[in-house]
Design a protein around this ligand. Structure first.
Ligand SMILES: Nc1nc2c(ncn2[C@@H]2O[C@H](COP(=O)(O)OP(=O)(O)O)[C@@H](O)[C@H]2O)c(=O)[nH]1
Ligand SMILES: [Mg+2]
Ligand SMILES: [Zn+2]
Length: 356
């Protein structure tokens, strides 16, 4: 018997994929041969790492032979990936890495200290979200480790307070049992703190993806959200491949019928080589609406552009200095790689360097 059904990918291991299921029993499906070799290039001309990604909806052809009982008798073949949207993307100059697709919310787990907050990473994460219309969330951890006598700790909290002014969802908490907010409150003078319980009561539907640099508390956070559900998944994983769930690629968990969560591997750098400078400027909430006020239609918003409303706002101080510096550094790396990619970067030898 042959049937065709819509499924969602929960894990990708080369040409094999796990399909999301309501029960703890996971289902394997294999990519159809033609999908493995199809042209797989993003509009930026950078190739994708994989033809499918976690969170994709796919059409699966299942061949069931009820008389046979073996693993191979129930073969599932992925024939088609349905159009994906709201994809969280990270890229290098040579590869597009899809962290997850069909996403509603992305939460970046950020520790304030140990390791200390890095705004460059956060700003890149925010651009990746806004450029795909994904709602970004910041979750600051390790509030218990702040010390009121440390001047730089005051600075770290002030970054978070700024983000709270420009984003719809910012949470602060200590993910360990011992609650100690005394020194945190010394720096945090806002009227209300939204913590882990508020997060759980606010974000409980749709697809949530979690990202973060390693050591920030991402696994602790996921375990708190999933509770015992994660144990179930771990045992399945250990039966099939790895000893335990080590996050080397994304993985989708079903929390309930309406709520899925995608865990991603810890990342060190967040490249945005797949985006144009124009797209990057237009992914800043501070500039929202300004792109229609530029003198020229289809303005790239680059620094020397005459009559650019965004550049005017930057000159007038719409961004704090640190956020402006992060933006300048992102644009600078892009311009460099653009030159490399299109062949007008001259190597010291005098030859042109052409990557693609
Ligand atoms: N003091 C403190 N430690 C935390 C907090 N959250 C996580 N940790 C610890 O930080 C370390 C890294 O956490 P983990 O969840 O493994 O981080 P991951 O690498 O991002 O997955 C572990 O030792 C956690 O127990 C927190 O809010 N406060
Ligand atoms: Mg971890
Ligand atoms: Zn402009």
């Amino acid at each position: 018997m042959i049937s065709r059904k819509k499924h969602r990918i929960s894990e990708v291991c080369g040409n094999l994929c796990y399909l999301q299921s309501e029960t703890s029993k996971k289902r394997l499906a294999v990519l159809k041969g033609k999908m493995r070799i199809m042209e797989n290039v993003h509009i930026s001309k950078i190739p994708f790492r994989n033809p499918v990604c976690v969170g994709d909806y796919v059409i699966v052809q299942e061949i069931e032979e009820p008389n046979k009982n073996s693993y191979l008798s129930n073969q599932a073949v992925i024939e088609e990936v349905l159009p994906r949207n709201k994809t969280l993307i990270r890229s290098t100059p040579t590869e597009i890495h899809l962290l997850g697709s069909n996403i509603d919310f992305a939460v970046c787990i950020v520790s304030l200290v140990e390791p200390e907050i890095r705004t460059g990473f956060i700003d890149r994460f925010l651009i990746a979200c806004f450029s795909e219309n994904i709602t970004p969330i910041l979750f600051f951890t390790k509030c218990d480790l702040l010390k009121k006598e440390k001047e730089n700790h005051k600075e770290y909290v002030s970054y978070g307070i700024y983000y709270q002014k420009i984003l719809p969802f910012v949470f602060w908490d200590n993910l360990l049992q011992v609650k100690n907010y005394k020194d945190f409150l010394y720096f945090y003078n806002e009227s209300k703190i939204f913590g882990f319980e508020d997060f759980k009561n606010t974000i409980k539907e749709g697809t949530l993806i979690t990202v973060g640099q390693s050591g920030t508390g991402k696994s602790t956070f996921i375990n708190l959200i999933l509770g015992s559900a994660v144990q179930k998944v771990n045992s399945v994983s250990s039966a099939t491949k790895k000893g335990k769930h080590t996050t080397t690629s994304s993985i989708l968990f079903s929390v309930s019928d309406q709520f899925s969560i995608i865990d991603t591997p810890g990342v060190r750098e967040w490249g945005l080589y797949h985006l144009t400078e124009k797209k990057i400027y237009e992914s800043y909430p501070e500039f929202s609406g300004l792109e229609n006020k530029c003198k020229f239609k289809n303005c790239s918003h680059l620094p020397k552009i005459d009559g650019c409303a965004i550049q005017k706002a930057i000159r007038e101080g719409i961004l704090p200095e640190w956020r402006k510096e992060n933006l300048e550094s992102i644009i600078k790396t892009l311009e460099y790689y653009e030159k490399v990619r299109y062949g007008d970067y001259k190597k010291p030898t005098g030859k042109f360097y052409n990557r693609i």
